[in-house]
Each structure stands twice: as structure tokens, then as C-alpha cells.
Ligand binder design. Structure first.
Ligand code: FNR
Length: 363
């Protein structure tokens, strides 16, 4: 089958051999204590190296940026060593890999962050849950408490955490970094009208609510470079207790990212989580506002991906659940082969079962 999805794509400093990307997927299998990436994770990512680009699961930039059990960090030397094994494994198979830099903000729980209260833009009560480790070692959901707002000094310190995480990603051998600006986590909590009630320069107007996100971008670019930097946003939909419908903010960000020559903009689209599908008119506006590569993700089929790439509204598609179940997804799509079905019960936590044991076509 000939398809534009199997044509190369230039993304900042690197070239992807195809446009079938692996979306960031939290799997909660890092080594505890220390939140350290391990050989099992290296095997999982190695199996998926046929992706045009792998975006890793969210990796917390600091201890307080953690919101679930056994998610890997990228702030300690031990974690950098663990990630290095993973980037080496992916590169040995001819792949490319971006680290997704994550701070969950309020979507956490004191039990995960040394008894501290989670932090956010503002101290609003809201409803979401974090994933703790139950007595059986398996995930157990718990309500997140009302967070406390970050002070101006703490915002500056958080930017320093992003800078350290970026330097660590570079040292660990990643090709790119993706800033997690989506799904109701810290950056999104600053962007959101419902979650940001600040009266300083980080709150109020669209420009002010975008300030933290763009300071993170500038920090990451400063710690590495614009052609190694991308960001994921979810401008519409309901995620982790944050309900937003702010397409104008996405266009504003797109313009600012374009000015900064950021390599890619990754759109997490709402339809996989029950939200309305993004419309082509919005995609056209986004395309006009932003010069870099645009990735689409969320309940895509190959037909939808080909239509939108064909219309030049996105450049590449990132698959989540299909990549969990099909380590050789690009090859299967290229051949029009049948796909394995994902098993949600093993998405989060556990061992090799439902993680590294999905068969390839040749297996
Ligand atoms: C996700 N998703 C996600 N997104 C993100 O930005 N960082 C993350 O760490 C995760 N983790 C994660 C774990 C699991 C188990 C799922 C199912 C999803 C969202 C993911 O990247 C993607 O946007 C959605 O899965 C929708 O795409 P698919 O699955 O419909 O192709």
C-alpha cells in the first residue's frame, strides 16, 4: 500500500523515516524506590523502535511533579542512567525517541510526594484522582486534595527543574524533548480559565495564562535548542478534572511557538476521551499560525490519518493504545495486516504481562 504516512518527515534537528508515531503512554512500571527506568522498559521501547518517533511516557521533572505510582523520573543520576539504556536500545534498532517532560501539578496526592500538598496555579477545589500503590503493589485510585498555589519564587524554581530535566534528557541520549502541556497537568492548570485564578502576571488575560507555558518552552529551548523541542497540548476536552474549550488559546500558543521555531506541536485531540472531534477549520487556523511539524493523536484510524495528512492539516499521527498492543504497528499498517487488541487491565502497573508480550506479525 502506498501512503503518505510512510514518507519521511523533518522535525527540527532530525528526520523521521515515517509518520506513524508512538504516543506518550504512562505504564507505571519504573523501579521503586527511585522511580528509575529499568531493563523491562528498555525491552518495551526497543520492541517499538519502528515508530517514526517514540514519545516516552510522561517522566516527572522533579519529585513533586509526580502523580502516579511507579512513573519514571528524569531528575536523578540513576534515572538518567536508566533512560540511557532505553535510548541506546531504541537507537540500536534504528529508532528515534523523545522524552515527555511532565509535572502533574495538582493531579497528585501527598502519599506520592513526601507528604506535601500538591501545587498548582491556584488553590481551587476540583475533582480528580491520583494513582497510589495499593497493599498488593497494584494501582489504587485516591482523590486529589485541593492544591496550594505556586509562589513566584517557586515558579522560578520549577523552571529550573525543567532546565535540569532537559539537560538530563540530552545527556541520556534522547533525540528530542516533548513538554507535556496537555491533559489538565501543571502547565494546563496555568492555561485554563477554570484552574487559574491568579491575580499576578501569570493569571487573568490569555497572554498572562500562557506565560508559564511559554516560560517553560523558553527554558527548555535555552537548556538545549528549539530544533530539539516540542510541546503537547489538549485545547479541548475534559481531562483530570480540568474542562477546557479554548481553541483561541491554542492558536495564540501556536503563534508564539512558531516565533520561537519550536520543532513540533503535538495535538492531543478530545474524541478518545469522550470529547467532540476537532474541526478542519480549527486545524487550518492552527496550520496557518504555526510553521513547525504538527502531530495529531487520539482515536485515529489509518484512514483518518491519511485524510488529514493528505489535506496537509497534520504532518504525522501518534497512536496510543494501538501501539500498546502492536509493537510493530507501522509495519502492520503498511501491510494492512490485522491488529492485536489492547488489554486495558494491564495498561497501568504490573510486569511483563500486557507490556512486552504482545506478538509481532513475525512472532
Ligand atoms: C495515555 N495518554 C498519555 N498522554 C500523555 O500525554 N502522556 C502520558 O503519559 C499518557 N499516558 C497514557 C496512558 C495510557 C494507558 C493511555 C491509554 C493514554 C494519552 C495518549 O498519548 C493518547 O493521546 C491516547 O491514548 C489517545 O490515542 P489512541 O489510544 O486513541 O491512539
Amino acid at each position: 500500500m502506498t501512503s503518505t504516512l510512510f514518507e519521511p518527515l523533518s522535525v527540527g534537528a532530525i528526520t523521521l523515516p515515517n509518520r506513524v508515531l508512538m504516543a506518550p503512554l504512562t505504564r507505571m512500571r519504573a523501579t521503586d524506590p527511585g522511580d528509575v527506568p529499568n531493563p523491562l522498559m528498555a525491552q518495551y521501547y526497543r520492541q517499538r523502535a519502528g515508530a517514526g518517533l517514540i514519545v516516552t511516557e510522561g517522566t516527572q521533572i522533579s519529585p513533586i511533579g509526580k502523580g502516579n505510582m511507579d512513573t519514571p523520573g528524569i531528575y536523578s543520576d540513576e534515572q538518567v542512567e536508566g533512560w540511557r539504556q532505553i535510548t541506546d536500545a531504541v537507537h540500536a534498532e534504528g529508532g528515534r525517541i523523545a522524552a515527555q517532560l511532565w509535572h502533574v501539578g495538582r493531579v497528585s496526592h501527598p502519599d506520592l510526594i513526601g507528604g506535601e500538598l500538591p501545587v498548582s496555579a491556584s488553590a481551587n477545589s476540583y475533582r480528580s484522582r491520583a494513582t497510589l500503590k495499593g497493599p498488593d503493589g497494584l494501582p489504587q485510585r485516591a482523590d486529589s486534595p485541593t492544591p496550594r498555589p505556586l509562589s513566584a519564587e517557586e515558579i522560578a524554581a520549577t523552571l529550573e527543574d525543567y532546565a535540569r530535566a532537559t539537560r538530563n534528557a540530552r545527556e541520556a541520549g534522547f533525540d528530542l524533548v516533548e513538554i507535556h502541556g496537555a491533559h489538565g497537568y501543571l502547565i494546563h492548570q496555568f492555561l485554563g480559565r477554570g484552574s487559574n485564578h491568579r491575580d499576578d502576571e501569570y493569571g487573568g488575560s490569555q497572554e498572562n495564562r500562557a506565560r508559564f507555558a511559554l516560560e517553560v518552552v523558553d527554558t527548555v529551548v535555552g537548556a538545549w535548542s528549539a530544533d530539539r523541542t516540542g510541546i503537547r497540548i489538549s485545547p479541548q476536552g475534559s481531562f483530570n478534572g480540568l474542562e477546557e474549550d479554548d481553541l483561541p488559546m491554542a492558536i495564540h500558543l501556536a503563534g508564539e511557538l512558531s516565533r520561537r521555531k519550536v520543532a513540533f506541536l503535538h495535538l492531543s485531540e478530545p474524541d478518545w476521551a469522550g470529547g467532540p472531534a476537532l474541526q478542519d477549520d480549527f486545524r487550518k487556523e492552527l496550520r496557518a499560525a504555526y510553521d513547525g511539524a504538527i502531530f495529531g493523536a487520539g482515536a485515529y484510524t489509518i484512514e483518518k490519518a491519511e485524510r488529514l495528512v493528505g489535506l496537509d492539516l497534520i504532518d504525522a499521527v501518534a497512536f496510543g493504545r494501538p501501539f500498546i498492543a502492536n509493537p510493530d504497528l507501522p509495519e502492520r499498517l503498511r501491510l494492512g495486516a490485522e491488529l492485536n487488541a489492547p488489554v486495558p487491565a494491564t495498561f497501568y502497573g504490573g510486569d511483563a504481562e500486557g507490556y512486552t508480550d504482545y506478538p509481532t506479525l513475525t512472532a
